[in-house]
Design a protein around this ligand. Structure first.
Ligand SMILES: Nc1ncnc2c1ncn2[C@@H]1O[C@H](COP(=O)(O)OP(=O)(O)OP(=O)(O)O)[C@@H](O)[C@H]1O
Ligand SMILES: [Mg+2]
Length: 384
């Protein structure tokens, strides 16, 4: 597999000048000698993306994801290191990067097309399909500064996917669109994948990364801390988030409130027949007393979320020390396949993760019927 994006030893430092913090007198005596501080947004970043690969980038706020994409798209120059791109690249960067606000949607389509190396003639030919995909016919002659963030996204996405790039780079952009348009974008990304193009995608949504990417890179404080199969990288990401989450003052430790030590079944096996009962024993050690909710997810081998329990259900309460949670699924109506199980504890609000383990077990389900889909839905039929 040839690499189409190669990032080698890339560092990016931003210098922030604190000119304004000097008094007027200081500024007159020492002109131009303001204090400054450096932000190291990227540190020795190395990774490559091959043809036909879809790679996700995850990391918390400020970890350097957007900076990395901007360097790859050539909008920013790395302080040191090299980036090699083979093929044409279209990027959807953070909102605000890309379009000229004083120009109309129409002019921006031409401008971004020409920046991607397309001739006016080619853009003329693509123009209608770009506008059609964006559904902005009525607003195409309006200056983009009057666009809502959703409209801006629509136009940016439409340009990027219609200019026929070899590589598509997307920064978190699907987050601002409405759900229908986001689905349309994801379908289009799926089509891109089928056509064998390369996609690099930043998202805060682990589900989206899992659903679209074969591989994911985790950035933390500008460094790559994981690069591998999506499930593994998401596990590293979540574990890192847990380890470093801010701790409430009154509670000894909210993040990492408990350590999940083992997940087992009474039979010792993780294979069942469709429709059978599944019991899990979750052994954990609570580091202090707390209340919360037990949560469980199942993912298909393609990384699609099959089910996630309601984070406000299944209340649990712990005193400090070892505990066993017994989980009972009376009937698992899944069809044939392997399902990855993730589970953990969230706080009383259903948001804060208190303990989490990704891919703690792989459940194998055998289905002997002829129904199809993920579920063998129990139904009852009667004739009167
Ligand atoms: N133009 C800039 N000038 C100075 N510092 C910057 C600039 N752009 C980014 N930074 C800093 O670089 C670091 C990485 O920022 P970046 O925007 O790449 O993070 P991110 O991972 O995309 O975050 P988010 O999830 O919030 O989008 C941050 O500390 C940020 O403050
Ligand atoms: Mg960002």
């Amino acid at each position: 597999m040839t690499a189409v994006i190669e990032v080698s030893e890339v560092n990016k430092r931003f210098r922030i000048h604190h000119e304004r913090s000097k008094s007027l007198k200081e500024r007159i005596i020492h002109p131009g000698q303001g204090s400054y501080s450096d932000v190291q947004a990227l540190r020795d970043v190395n990774f490559s993306v091959g043809t036909q690969e879809t790679v996700g980038i995850i990391g918390r706020n400020g970890s350097g994801k957007s900076t990395l994409l901007k360097c790859i798209c050539g909008v920013l120059k790395p302080t040191s290191g090299q980036i090699l791109i083979r093929g044409t690249l279209a990027g959807l960067l953070e909102l605000g990067a890309g379009f000229q606000h004083e120009l109309s949607g129409r002019d921006n389509v031409y401008l971004s097309g020409s920046m991607l190396g397309l001739s006016t003639k080619t853009i003329d030919r693509l123009f209608d399909s770009i506008v059609e995909f964006s559904e902005l016919e009525k607003f195409i002659d309006t200056e983009v500064k009057f666009y809502s963030s959703g409209m801006y996204l629509r136009l940016a996405f439409s340009v990027a996917v219609n200019v026929d790039p070899d590589i598509l780079v997307i920064d978190e952009i699907l987050a601002v669109g409405d759900e229908r348009f986001a689905t349309k974008c994801i379908d289009r990304i799926g089509q891109f994948q089928k056509e064998g193009r390369t996609i690099l995608l930043v998202s805060h949504s682990a589900d989206m990364i899992r659903g679209l990417c074969h591989r994911a890179v985790v950035l933390d404080q500008g460094q790559v801390i994981a690069d591998g199969p999506t499930g593994d990288s998401i596990r590293v990401f979540r574990e890192r988030m847990l380890a470093d989450a801010p701790k409430p003052i009154e509670e000894a430790a909210s993040a990492g409130s408990a350590t999940i030590e083992a997940v087992t079944t009474p039979s010792g096996r993780f294979n069942i027949l469709s429709g059978q009962r599944l019991q899990l024993n979750v052994d954990l050690v609570a580091h202090h007393g707390f209340d919360g909710h037990f949560m469980m997810e199942m993912f298909s081998t393609e990384g699609k979320l099959v089910t996630r329990t309601d984070p406000m259900m299944n209340s649990v309460s712990f005193s400090p020390g070892p505990h066993r949670i017994t989980v009972d699924l009376p009937e698992v109506p899944l069809t044939d396949g392997d399902y990855d199980i993730n589970l953990g504890l969230v706080g009383p609000d259903g948001y804060e993760v208190l303990a989490w383990r990704e891919q703690v077990a792989k459940l194998q389900v055998t289905y002997n019927g002829r129904g199809a889909g993920w579920m063998a839905m129990p139904i009852e039929v009667s004739v009167n």
